[in-house]
Design a protein around this ligand. Structure first.
Ligand SMILES: Nc1nc2c(ncn2[C@@H]2O[C@H](COP(=O)(O)OP(=O)(O)OP(=O)(O)O)[C@@H](O)[C@H]2O)c(=O)[nH]1
Ligand SMILES: [Mg+2]
Length: 307
């Protein structure tokens, strides 16, 4: 369950300060800088264990410090005060974008809107494309999928299997074909048949492989997609933050889909991804089925972590 680890750790930290002298002897007092530091040191360790990136933790600290130091708390109110300050800090680090607005943009566009999906091997790009195609279909928007991963064995068949299950056309060439040429054909197909969205799959690649990253940049330059979408595996924690940074430097993306949140109990990558890149999250992948795509809702997520 997403965030069960972080939720437990935050609860533990807050419970531990109940035992502290700070509210034991007096009914009401101001939180001093020293008391804040003691509290935050305990929290910091738990945030690190939850895979939250160091710079995101520092941003949370800054916000909390401003809110809490010098704040008047009572034995009864301190827990609520800290919870509210934490919620405020998380609101600052998380960035969401509205999927309904995207639907309107696609519906109102007089030409096909194209999306290029990028990410490391196995992050969930192909599955997420199928989920997006399904979401568009449910919203009465037609789409076509472009099999631009012409590199990995069985990648074209994988996308075709999704296409067949969803009743959505897949534009493909042979293995080894130029990815940009496949995307170009898919765009042509969409223009000719008035299809509203073009979903472009790409081969997974390591962010540490400069050649493959440069190749991706080249593909993007030729295709000129309307939107570039980073698909990140939340389970990879801090490594995903490195992936986000490198991909965003080479091929800047417009929004993110974070997958496998159904099996990620730590949640650190979700909290750090938009803060470290400044790019919003639009969807969370919540399972392996086509329906397992959830519009990202910042407030809902924060209420899940801090109860
Ligand atoms: N539990 C869970 N599994 C997911 C999710 N998204 C994708 N997967 C699984 O992750 C595995 C990899 O997914 P793919 O869609 O093939 O990933 P990819 O990024 O296209 O992989 P490459 O093309 O090899 O780079 C598959 O077994 C998917 O079913 C998710 O949100 N939750
Ligand atoms: Mg794939």
């Amino acid at each position: 369950m997403v965030f069960s680890f972080l939720r437990k750790k935050i609860k533990e930290t807050i419970n531990s300060i109940k035992k502290e002298r700070i509210i034991k002897k007096v009914t009401e007092k101001k939180i001093t800088g020293k008391e804040f530091n003691n509290f935050f040191n305990a929290l910091e360790l738990n945030l690190l264990q939850a895979n939250i990136a160091y710079e995101t933790i520092q941003a949370i600290k800054k916000s909390l410090e401003k809110e809490l130091t010098g704040k008047q708390v009572s034995r009864r109110s301190h827990e609520k005060v800290i919870m509210n300050a934490l919620k405020k800090a998380l609101r600052k680090v998380l960035k969401e974008c509205n999927s309904n607005e995207l639907l309107t943009i696609i519906k109102e566009s007089d030409k096909p809107v194209s999306f290029m999906f990028i990410g490391v091997n196995g992050s969930g790009k192909t599955t997420s494309i199928a989920k997006i195609a399904n979401w568009l279909k449910k919203n009465k928007i037609s789409s076509v999928m472009a099999a631009c991963d012409t590199f990995r064995a069985a990648s074209i068949e994988q996308l075709e299997k999704h296409g067949k299950a969803l009743g959505i056309k897949v534009v493909k060439h042979k293995y080894g074909a130029d990815a940009a040429a496949v995307a170009y054909d898919a765009l042509e197909h969409a223009r000719a048949r008035n299809v509203k969205a073009v979903l472009i799959d790409t081969a997974g690649r390591s962010h540490a492989n400069t050649n493959l990253m440069n190749e991706l940049e080249k593909i993007k330059r030729v295709i000129k997609p309307d939107y570039t979408v980073f698909v990140g595996d939340a389970l990879t924690g801090n490594d995903m933050i490195e992936q986000c940074r490198t991909f965003n430097n080479t091929t800047p993306f417009n929004f993110m889909i974070l997958t496998k949140t159904d099996v990620d109990e730590k949640g650190g990558a979700i909290l750090s991804a938009s803060h470290t890149t400044g790019v919003p999250i639009m969807f969370l992948g919540t399972g392996q089925l086509h329906k397992d795509l959830k519009a990202f809702n910042k407030e809902e997520l924060i209420n899940q972590i801090i109860k």
